[in-house]
Ligand binder design. Sequence first.
Ligand code: AMP
Ligand code: MN
Ligand code: MN
Ligand code: MN
Length: 283
Amino acid sequence: MNADLHCHSVVSDGTLEPEALAARAQANGVELWALTDHDEIGGQLRARDAALALGMAYLTGTEISVTFAGTTVHIVGLGFDPDDARLAAGLHATRGGRRERALEMADGLAKVGVHGTYEGALQYVGNPELISRTHFARHLVETGVCSDTQEVFRKFLVEGKPGFVPHRWATLKNAVGWIVDAGGIAVIAHPARYKFSANEEYALFTEFKAHGGRGVEVVTGSHSSADAVRYTGTALEFELLASRGSDFHSPDESHIDLGTLPALPAQLTPVWEALDARIHRPA
Ligand code: AMP
Ligand code: MN
Ligand code: MN
Ligand code: MN
């Protein structure tokens, strides 16, 4: 099964509309798709309708920003009811404060001589509640300050750099609870990206499970093949379902396209097997 359960549209920090992503996924052979915008489900019905019209199965999705042990962790939710009021309220609260954070980021950048970045980033924003570091990165590439988004993050937008502003996102408990209470499954996104010690990572997986979390991304656009091997072991150790998703954002930026990842290792249970009743299937 070619499942791609992680990507972003203009509703968060991707550059394509949900319908264009659906078409791209389908053209690349995706059979089961989920759009997982950051802290937002405003694109879900468009994504579902576009997928079904193309003959592709669909799971609802989102990627919630969480602060755990002082670090930002992303939790993907799959298969939830998109009309759930508590999930919507939780995501709305999580989106709050992004504008103020962006203004502070622009202040930090201005102090090192890079001016006008708030207004610049806004040019790339599709959703006024979701101005993100990615939009700053696009502006700084477009204006020639850096040659690609990786360089912008490295020089300006990660901890210790002038455009980095610490932010408090949702708690792990709340994020998992919102997803689970809305009938979905919570999945730890791209675990290899976090700079945790072994003890902190053990705490993340243990607390995640205690709150009702059930899955982990093993095969993602931000994992090497060695990372996938490593988190296959973690999935087995913690008895977690495994997910697969490209984390596609843009044809110009993402090196892994929709639907082009390696398969999940055969010894793992795919998360979609536990979500069979939640899958929207074309007529
Ligand atoms: P934010 O939610 O505003 O903190 O932005 C986080 C987003 O920035 C992530 O979802 C990625 O899309 C992007 N991002 C984070 N780190 C990097 C990086 N090193 N290179 C490129 N994009 C990144
Ligand atoms: Mn992103
Ligand atoms: Mn992420
Ligand atoms: Mn993502």
